[in-house]
Design a protein around this ligand. Sequence first.
Ligand SMILES: [Cu+2]
Length: 165
Amino acid sequence: MPRHALMVLVSVSFLTLIACSPADNTVPAEPAEYAVVDGWVRKPLGGRDVTAGFITLTAGAPGGQLVAAETAEAEHVEIHTVIKQGDVMRMRPIKAVDIPPAAAVSLAPGGDHLMIFGVKAKDLADGEMALTLAFADGETLSVTLPVRDTAPDLHNTHGGYNGHP
Ligand SMILES: [Cu+2]
């Protein structure tokens, strides 16, 4: 008598593959509170109309994302990062900079920065630049940064950004 193979039907419920949605959050999420705690704009090198801005940002408990910046004092602003290709450091536009929850992120020389194109008053002689930062949640923040030839000496910075170089 031939033995019959036992046929096992395996029923896969595809419903089990649907990820569960998180339960509705009945506690309203704390909104991000954006602040620029430090920052400066590099004085454009002689005759050039392109320069860079550097900021240290916080977004409060939930964190956030910087997605854009603009200024009336230049044609447009991009967010750039710096990547190493071989021995060469190259700048690349990026869509956003993450601001971690309850911590600061720094856009600093050698790393992420605001690339400022078409500076209108080429030497930014008034010594400052007003920028408006835009975040992924639709919030904006206006900030006036000092214009400097070089980075501030961070070792001498004991307080928060006070708006003056
Ligand atoms: Cu750049």
